[in-house]
Write a protein that binds this ligand. Sequence first.
Ligand SMILES: C[S@@+](CC[C@H](N)C(=O)[O-])C[C@H]1O[C@@H](n2cnc3c(N)ncnc32)[C@H](O)[C@@H]1O
Length: 204
Amino acid sequence: MNCDPIARWYRWLEYAGFGGALQRRRTAFLRDVADARRVLLLGEGDGRFLVELVRQNRGASIDYVDLSRRMLERARRAGDGVNYRQGDALTIPLPESEYDLIVTHFFLDCFEPAELTRLIGRAARAARPDARWLVSEFREPSAWARAVVRMLYWFFRVTTGLKTSRLSDHRPLLAECGFRLIREERARAGLLVSELWSRAQSPP
Ligand SMILES: C[S@@+](CC[C@H](N)C(=O)[O-])C[C@H]1O[C@@H](n2cnc3c(N)ncnc32)[C@H](O)[C@@H]1O
């Protein structure tokens, strides 16, 4: 997948298709993670969640990872306090047991099942034993939602060369890595979902 060609238009395409709905999903549980101090954002794109996170979690040490150089350039407006890394989340070296928060917004849908298993395993190993994980994703609870998701995959295949053409379920994979879903919010008749997962023994 190469998002360089659409990086400039990404935000406007999103607003045209969904208004502010995706950003509301990204930030749904932002306040719940106000105490996070060591954060890994994977596939963060143009950085709209990052800007909000930096504004709220002042002093947090944040690692941003994205494959797209142009997306990364746009994300830089979040400021210099972030460690920006251009690279493949499937192969880029990650520290062990380091992060207290992992963030993947509209990113897990970019992977085939085997890749997704690998990706989640890697990120889970990089997370501390009591870490949390924020996810925003699409879901297909109805024929209408399936049609929207199919259209999105078509769009990303044509514009970025995305290989995947269907959603894989990340939830059993997160559960296998010890995470439990502690909060969930749905929007747009279940098409969009925000999830907060935790590996802490007794999450707040
Ligand atoms: C659908 S966009 C989502 C961007 C953003 N997280 C959002 O909420 O809109 C997917 C992003 O993941 C990045 N990406 C795709 N495959 C990747 C990989 N293997 N490693 C790192 N980033 C990747 C793309 O460059 C793009 O910025």
